[in-house]
Design a protein around this ligand. Sequence first.
Ligand code: SF4
Length: 291
Amino acid sequence: MPEGVPPSGADATSETLVAVAKGPASLSPSRAGDFMQCPLLYRFRVIDRLPEKPSEAATRGTLVHAVLERLFDAPAAERTAPRAKALIPGQWDRLRESRPELLELFADDADGERLARWLTEAERLVERWFTLEDPTRLEPAERELFVEAELDSGLRLRGIIDRVDVAPTGEVRIVDYKTGKAPRPEYAEGALFQMKFYALVVWRLKKVVPRRLQLVYLGSGDVLTYDPVVADLERVERKLLALWEAIRLATETGDWRPRPTKLCGWCDHRAHCPEFGGTPPPYPLPLTRAT
Ligand code: SF4
């Protein structure tokens, strides 16, 4: 799914807060990633539900994902780059209709130049996909598949998988599109975490370990693959359980530590972050455990 998409909605109802106060009932790769990046960021997004401005990059990611998904509606022979590019204006209209807040992205772009550049970049990303995969030879079993599975511990894992391919032999390949650039090799493990998360969910749901995990980086024209084994997925499960416990502890104590990194440059919440001289809003949940 598109990178950097925050949870929707900024209004935490009392019912939601009561549920959240018991600790998270479920985890998605994005929210697990938030907590690993910075516990305070997780709090701002999941508990305080502070609003975030839509970004051009994340919105372009959503648009490109929609185009690649819809292209498979066409018969195989017609899945060409010109056809995919022709889908962009309609998908952009659809996106703006479903998320009116996106209108503010180009509100100050009087001559339309910035929007034109942004759309051209979306076209470039779509075109690059055709150098990495051949959709005329693919028949996805699933696109934008919502998956959810409960672990023995009670933790529910959920997420949306961009594409699932199933070979005639029954082997499963999980594919995720990224509109950014491939990470340097030393950071590949972080990128694969999300894919192993999905593989664990699929394994739990279908009792089959996916044969291949594939990350398609449209920003740099790279494809990163990994063939997981059971031990990988068991490791990810242990890691998620530890993460779940850490989130539960922070929820009960209110101890959400900021963890500054260079990613703070993209954080919408610096005004509330002590690392940048800000003050978090009052903690909205009852504290049930001392730090
Ligand atoms: S600015 Fe950095 S440290 Fe502060 S909440 Fe955001 S990610 Fe965390």
